[in-house]
Design a protein around this ligand. Structure first.
Ligand SMILES: C[S@@+](CC[C@H](N)C(=O)[O-])C[C@H]1O[C@@H](n2cnc3c(N)ncnc32)[C@H](O)[C@@H]1O
Length: 226
């Protein structure tokens, strides 16, 4: 393993805002923080927002800067990636940010029923060969329904037309409320939303920056759960 990775893993272990449950811990009892993120982790009552597959945590940290009134948790399986977000949050003194290193399949073992207000899915792997594993598949929508509050919201931002169209199909099939959709965020959506929403949509993740450089189009959907 590279020195950089080892350094990042070691530093993650010193961060009290990075939670790294073991598989056994999760499968036996679930995360002790489950249902208690606001009271025991953030120590304040505020809307709880997740970013699933957060990578380097640009959305988690970017949203936390823009909307300090919310609590944010970035979730990713790769510790060396989420370290970047954790380090930035620490350097900037952001107290409304946490990171959880786990597999998204464990999400209902980590968050309690109706504990979460919003979920961001940012440039998730489109899983071209395995639609069941897509983060907007019926399996995942059922998981989100469990952890989201009634009226909770899911944001999808993606460069993948396959994932975008698939998500719109799932929304229609499950008769979910669709609040916003755009096949091209930057030529369409940003011109018809408030400056606050523009700032949110303009956050660029590592993958988004790469795809924009390649000239790819960015899609967005915001929808609810029933
Ligand atoms: C294409 S990257 C996007 C990262 C980031 N959201 C961005 O836009 O730069 C997908 C991310 O999802 C994470 N990921 C993929 N499958 C996962 C899983 N089953 N559980 C947790 N994270 C996962 C990967 O580690 C990776 O960081």
């Amino acid at each position: 393993m590279g020195k950089n990775k080892l350094f990042r893993f070691a530093e993650n272990a010193t961060f009290d805002h990075v939670v790294q449950p073991t598989f056994t811990e999760l499968s036996e009892k679930g995360l002790p923080l489950r249902g208690r993120w606001n009271s025991d982790f953030f120590k304040r009552d505020a809307p709880l927002v997740l970013e699933l597959g957060c990578g380097r945590g640009e959305y988690t940290v970017g949203l936390a800067r823009l909307q300090p009134q919310n609590n944010y948790v970035g979730v990713d399986i790769k510790g060396a990636r989420l370290w970047r977000g954790a380090r930035t949050a620490r350097e900037e003194g952001l107290t409304n940010v946490g990171f959880l290193r786990t597999h998204v399949d464990h999400i209902t073992r980590c968050f309690g029923p109706h504990e979460v207000d919003q979920i961001w899915l940012t440039f998730s792997d489109p899983q071209l060969e395995k639609p069941r594993k897509r983060l907007t598949s019926p399996l995942f929508l059922a998981r989100y329904k469990e952890i989201l509050k009634p009226g909770g919201v899911i944001h999808l931002k993606t460069d993948s037309p396959v994932l975008y169209e698939y998500t719109l199909e799932m929304i229609a099939e499950h008769k979910l409320p669709l609040y916003e959709q755009s096949a091209n965020v930057y030529t369409d959506l940003v011109h018809r939303v408030s400056p606050e929403e523009q700032a949110v949509l303009n956050i660029r993740t590592y993958y988004e920056s790469m795809w924009l450089e390649e000239g790819r189009t960015i899609h967005y959907a915001r929808f609810g759960i029933r």
